[in-house]
Structure formats: C-alpha cells, structure tokens
Design a protein around this ligand. Structure first.
Ligand code: HEC
Ligand code: HEC
Length: 437
C-alpha cells in the first residue's frame, strides 16, 4: 500500500500540489466566511478525489500484468470518485451519479467474472493417488511426459515445460539444436554405447575421474549400465560432464545442470522412474522395469537425500508454473534457473556467465537508448519485463540470441514476474544490492 501511495503521488504530484496550494490560498485569502467554508470544503473533496483517481491509475499501472484481477478494485475507486465529484460540482451531480452507478455495475460484473474461476479453483476435484509402481510402461511414460513437458502429447510443443524443467535447457527431438545442453534424442543408446565406453568416464574407477565430483557419494561407484548412466546423469551431473557443455571456465569439470532430486526441482524416485521410462518408450525401446530404474537411482542417491513423493499431488499438477509468486525473489530466480545463466547481485548462487550481469537499474536505460533497440519499453520495469517474456526483442550485444528460454511469460505467475522486475530494477552497478523481500 505504501508503494502504491508513493507511485500515485509520483504520477500526479503536480495536480495534487496545485489543489493543495489552492486549498491553502482559500484558507488564507478568502474573507467571506461562507464562501471560505464552501471553497475549502470543495477543495478538500477535490484533493481526496484526485488522490483516489491517482491511486486508481497507479493501481492499474502496477497490476497491469496481473490479468486484470485488480480491475474491480480500481473500478470501485473510480465509482467513489464519481460520487465525490458529484458533491464538488453540484450542477453535474445527476450525471456523475449515473456515471458512478455505471462504474459500480462494471465493477460488480468484472468482479463476478474474476472471482468465479477462483472460487472454483479453491476446491480442486479430489485426485486419485497415483501409484507409479503398479503402472504399465506406457502409463508410466505418460506420467513422465507430464513431468517433463507439463502434459501428455506436449513433447512436440515449443515452450512446453513441466515440473522437471528439462526443456529449459534440453531439446528432445532430432534436428533441434542443443546449444545449452545435449539433445536427449537417442540418449538410451548413447548412454550404453558411447558414454560408458568414453575413456574419460573411467568405468569402475571413480578416483580416475577428472570431474568436480568423483562419485555421487562415497562408495557409490560409477554406472555399469545405460540406465545407471541416466540415473547418475540426473542425480550427479558433475560426476561426468558431456564435452563442451560444462560451466564456462571450468574446463568441463562442472555441469550447469542441477541434480534433479534436489531443490528446486526435487523429483522423487518414482517421478524419476517415470521420466526415464518416457525417455526409453518414446523411442520405441523397451524400458527397464520400474524396480530396475528405482534400483539404479538408489545406487546414486543416499537414502537421506531421496525426496518423498507427494502422492496426493498428481504429477502434472505442480507443473503449470515454475514459480507462483508466493516465493521470495531469490527462490524465484533459483526455481526458474535464471541463476544458471546470470550473475545477479545479492542473490546467493546466481553466478551464471552465459547471460549478462543483471544490473538492470543501470543496464535498462542504456538498452532503451541504444539506436538498435526496437522494443516498446519506455521504462526500466518495462524493459525488464520485455527481456524476460520476450528475450529476442532486443539481444544484448556480445550474447547469443535464442539462448535464454522464451517460456517465462507462460511459466511464471504475474506475481513472480512482478517480484523479478521489482528486484532487478533496483540493482545498480556499483551500488550495494537491494534487500531480498
Ligand atoms: C539448467 C539446465 C538444465 C536442466 C534444467 C536440465 N539439464 Fe540435463 N544437462 C544439462 C547440461 C548442460 C548437460 C551436459 C553437461 C553434463 O553432462 O552434465 C546435461 C546433461 C544431461 C544428461 C546427460 C546427457 C548425455 O548426453 O550424456 C541427461 C540424461 C540429462 N541432462 C537429463 C535431464 C533431465 C531428464 C532433466 C529434467 C528432469 C534435465 N536434464 C534438466 C543442463 C540441464
Ligand atoms: C539458458 C540461459 C538463460 C536463462 C536460463 C535465463 N537467461 Fe536471461 N539472458 C540470457 C542471455 C544469453 C541473455 C542476453 C541475450 C538476450 O538479450 O537475449 C539474457 C538476457 C536477459 C535480460 C536482459 C539483460 C540486459 O541487461 O539487457 C534479462 C533482464 C534477463 N535475461 C533476465 C532473466 C531472468 C529473470 C531469467 C529467469 C526467469 C533468465 N533471464 C533466464 C540467458 C539466460
């Protein structure tokens, strides 16, 4: 609320100052007591009304991205404004009252329209508990597809991302570019053939490995089968790094991929089994059995590190959004993997080097001024929003186009986007980073 008032005053302070000036003037210089009282009263009402109008405008500005959820609130403010202006201009009172009434109706209708689905959303239909262990391979593969892409049949959709977040980095189909991470087409075959045979893999001898992590945990050893290679890749990405895909500057010793049984992705073993089953089945191969897959993960993930499966949540349900906006901003940057590519002052772990340092308080004004800038942003928050939801609108010099995922507009809630924009607009080169709120 404090922010809103500040924003309102920043938009309309000249108007507000003018009215306040007139207010003081009427108090001092009008001598006829009746006229004085009337003028003072009118100006006071005028100031209130102007303030509410500014508040409403500020609200609109601030909640532009929130799917008009705040529309009814702003409309109610305008309604109040109309009635107050009715007192201010008695000659037009009737007209203003009619206007006010119409806004009230509009507010009512849009409020009804907005709240209806939310009420429905408050009572999700009771889902059956999913028992992955008793599914057929195809059913399990379907669950896997939901976890990776967010729904059955979505694997070919551009930008489909599920709870597993893999498509933020990986391509899955032949012919698609794997710039950020290897294309996972053909993985089951190359896992068994090429990877395990790679001299750098050091099958059976973790100590000979030249990677950040020698083995997943002491005594876990190395993969012996294709499925074990996949399990190890998922749970200990830095145990073996595909050539050319390591974190820049580490000489391919460290992988940028997060271990996917750990936060923020936190897939449980049954969920991992579903993901892997999809990787096999979609290529028309026989997947290892559920039990075999689980065993392959138990080899690389110690008991204490195994996340519990949230059985009351269907696999696809959590997949809609990467962050819903209830998180703190550092959690949002982590969940959406921004930290993998960007250095963000003040955000723990945000040390990525594939994208620019996100000092947007400093960068954004310069980008907008760049003659090559063809976007529509006029302010720092607008530029940040545009960069996040439509990264190719302006490509920062010295960085590749199409590296930053284009899915964040769909995969982050309005609230999460707003937190990102608020935070990044306050980050300035050479200043201490803003507080995480
Ligand atoms: C932040 C980006 C990122 C995300 C998210 C990510 N990966 Fe990766 N992944 C990589 C990179 C980079 C590599 C190559 C380096 C390495 O070997 O670890 C890789 C390697 C792999 C490999 C080994 C590939 C090979 O050819 O040997 C597999 C398998 C894999 N990822 C599966 C997944 C799955 C499944 C998910 C989702 C549950 C996922 N990844 C999520 C970046 C990512
Ligand atoms: C896979 C790597 C990658 C990920 C993940 C990624 N970005 Fe980027 N981002 C880039 C690259 C590369 C650029 C520069 C090229 C361009 O402008 O598109 C960039 C540009 C930007 C810019 C414009 C920076 C400037 O100074 O003009 C912003 C803002 C930004 N990213 C925010 C984010 C946020 C927020 C997230 C997470 C929701 C994110 N990025 C995730 C790679 C990434």
């Amino acid at each position: 609320m404090g922010d809103l008032i500040r924003e309102a005053l920043s938009i309309g302070w000249p108007l507000f100052a003018l009215l306040a000036g007139l207010f003081v003037y009427s108090l001092i210089s009008i001598s006829d007591p009746v006229a004085k009282k009337r003028a003072t009263f009118k100006l006071f009402i005028g100031m209130m009304a102007a303030f509410m109008l500014l508040l409403a405008i500020a609200h609109y500005k601030g909640s532009f991205y929130e799917a008009n959820r705040m529309l009814p609130v702003s409309l109610v403010l305008v309604t109040a404004l109309c009635f107050m202006m009715g007192i201010y201009f008695p000659n037009h009172a009737a007209m203003l009252k009619i206007g006010g009434f119409m806004f009230l109706v509009a507010a009512g209708l849009s409020g009804y329209g907005n709240w209806l689905p939310q009420v429905e959303g408050g009572f999700p239909p009771k889902e059956e508990k999913l028992d992955f262990s008793s599914m057929t391979a195809q059913q399990l593969a379907d669950e896997g597809e939901k976890i990776i892409f967010g729904g059955i049949g979505k694997n070919k959709e551009q930008g489909a991302v599920g709870k597993g977040q893999c498509p933020l980095c990986h391509a899955f189909h032949a012919g698609m570019l794997g710039e950020r991470a290897p294309n996972l087409m053909g993985l089951p075959e190359r896992a068994g053939k090429d990877r395990l045979a790679d001299p750098k893999y050091s099958k059976g001898n973790p100590q000979a490995r030249d990677y950040e992590q020698k083995e997943s945990f002491p005594g876990s050893g190395t993969a012996e089968t294709a499925q074990e290679y996949i399990a190890e890749s998922h749970s200990c990405p830095s145990c073996y790094v595909v050539v050319g895909y390591g974190v820049k500057g580490t000489n391919d010793k460290t992988s940028p991929m997060p271990p996917i049984h750990k936060p923020p992705i936190s897939l449980s073993l049954p969920e991992l089994a579903a993901v892997d089953t999809w990787l096999w089945v979609r290529e028309g191969r026989d997947a290892p059995s559920y039990e075999e897959i689980i065993k392959s993960y138990e080899k690389f993930i110690p008991e204490a590190d195994r996340p519990k499966q949230q059985e009351d949540k269907p696999a696809g349900a959590a997949s809609a959004l990467l962050a819903d906006g209830t998180e703190t901003v550092d959690q949002i940057f982590t969940k959406a993997q921004c930290i993998m590519c960007h250095t963000i002052p003040g955000i723990p772990g945000a040390l990525g080097k594939q994208g620019p340092v996100l000092e947007e308080g400093t960068n954004a004004p310069n980008r907008i001024k760049d003659p090559a800038y063809k976007g529509t942003a006029h302010s720092t928050p607008e530029y940040i929003m545009e960069s996040v939801v439509s990264p190719s609108t302006y490509v920062v010099k010295g960085f590749p186009d199409n590296l930053m995922p284009k899915v964040f507009g769909q995969k982050l809630s309005a609230g999460a986007l707003k937190k990102i924009v608020d935070y990044l607009s306050q980050v300035k080169a050479g200043s201490p980073p803003p507080k995480i709120s």
